[in-house]
Design a protein around this ligand. Structure first.
Ligand SMILES: *Cc1c(COP(=O)(O)O)cnc(C)c1O
Length: 382
């Protein structure tokens, strides 16, 4: 069924790290006849959706499954950590940024035994230290990290961390929320047991649907692990789906319709072509920053290709809020930074946008700098 677009919706270019700019066909895919999600018709839609979510990361459907949750992306972190830890075992969080710090907070809130292994936000984790920690703590049963640290834009070496986790018999969970369906991922080759994302990021649909993709055998094993949450338990949700074809509690019905359309558009564009488009956008972001003299935080070769963290210039006329407002009024959204020790803002390459949108953005952005009397090229004191 092709989606009718009855009128064009004002198009905003979102350069924040999700929700992302969507196509009008995905927007209007939400407009459907009212349906009770307990109907078989809806159940069969979810079955296909669950399989597609596994296929996007090249998972073998005999070994991997996906489990849907109603919520934003953080629900996945909550679910994986609280559900996949056996009694009397420990979690190791390899933490070099704000999203892994969020995982540490989840451990704290549930009172889960954990090690918060911290590395500087502008550096990749030191694998020797990760290995030493695993060797010295044989009770670590779960290793968690973030693929693209959305706070900084750094790409973490998940294949290597996963290999270490497996060497020491731990399950490896990765927050791939800001790479899934953008940067190609092969779940098995990259040693991932569980990865996760939300419909409003790489898939370019809407908030409300999040999902964990992972090893069916490990989910089944976790049936006997301590139950620490009623709503956010991975096994309970999986088991209910398998037995009934439904979500345990009410699913985000309209977001699911939009996500199914978004996945159609994902297959039509193609994994490689989509990644190339995001790369064009990312390169155009860098070209514009270079031209104006802005500095970024993470070494270019260590960036995941989707988020650029930019240093505020040392110019008293610079005012992020004012630049933001100027751009926002003209249809472009820029986003504050998330590195606690530095003043930064972010420009992201997510969503249904291409390089000409970035060029159009820089026309407005440069106008904003001129309007505020910020010197160009921008100045740094050292
Ligand atoms: C967006 C994002 C999340 C989810 O954040 P929500 O605010 O709950 O949507 C989790 N992890 C990463 C790496 C993200 O980029």
């Amino acid at each position: 069924m092709s989606i009718k677009v009855p009128y064009e919706v004002k198009r905003n270019v979102l350069l924040n790290p999700g929700p992302a700019t969507t196509t009008d066909t995905v927007k209007f895919a939400q407009i459907v006849p009212d349906i009770c999600p307990r109907e078989q018709e809806f159940g069969s839609l979810m079955k296909g959706l669950r399989e597609d979510l596994v296929k996007i990361v090249h998972g073998d459907l005999k070994k991997y499954t996906s489990v849907l949750f109603c919520g934003s992306g953080t629900v996945n972190i909550d679910v994986c950590l609280n559900s996949l830890l056996p009694a009397d075992k420990k979690i190791l969080v390899v933490n070099n940024g704000s999203y892994s710090a969020r995982a540490v907070e989840v451990c704290e809130y549930y009172g889960l035994p954990h090690i918060d292994l911290r590395f500087p936000a502008d550096q990749r984790p030191d694998l020797q230290i990760v290995e030493k920690t695993l060797r010295e703590n044989p009770d670590i049963a779960l290793v968690h990290t973030t693929h693209n640290e959305t706070g900084s834009g750094i790409l973490n070496p998940i294949g290597e961390i996963g290999a270490l986790a497996h060497k020491y018999n731990a399950v490896f969970t990765v927050d791939t929320t800001s790479t899934y369906a953008m940067r190609p991922i092969d779940i098995e080759k990259e040693n991932i047991d569980f990865c996760m994302a939300s419909a409003q990021k790489g898939l370019m649909a809407f908030t409300g649907l999040s999902f964990v993709v992972g090893r069916t055998s490990i989910i089944e094993e976790s049936a006997n692990y301590p139950k620490r949450s009623y709503y956010c338990n991975l096994f309970l949700q999986y088991d209910y789906f398998e037995r009934t074809g439904e979500m345990h509690f009410t699913p985000p019905v309209q977001t699911i319709y939009a996500t199914i359309q978004a996945i159609k558009e994902y297959w039509a564009e193609g994994e490689q072509a989509k990644w190339e488009r995001h790369t064009r956008v990312f390169n155009a972001i860098h070209e514009g920053l270079d031209e104006i003299g802005f500095r970024d935080i993470i070494k270019r070769e260590e960036q995941a290709g989707l988020v650029v963290s930019v240093m505020y210039p040392d110019d008293p006329a610079w005012d992020f809020e004012k630049v933001h407002d100027y751009c926002y009024q003209r249809g472009f959204t820029i986003y504050p930074g998330k590195i606690s020790t530095l003043n930064t803002f972010r420009l992201c390459a997510l969503g249904a946008i291409d390089e000409e949108d970035i060029r159009a953005f820089y026309v407005v952005f440069k106008d904003a700098l001129k309007h505020l009397n910020v010197a160009v090229p921008v100045q740094y004191n050292e």
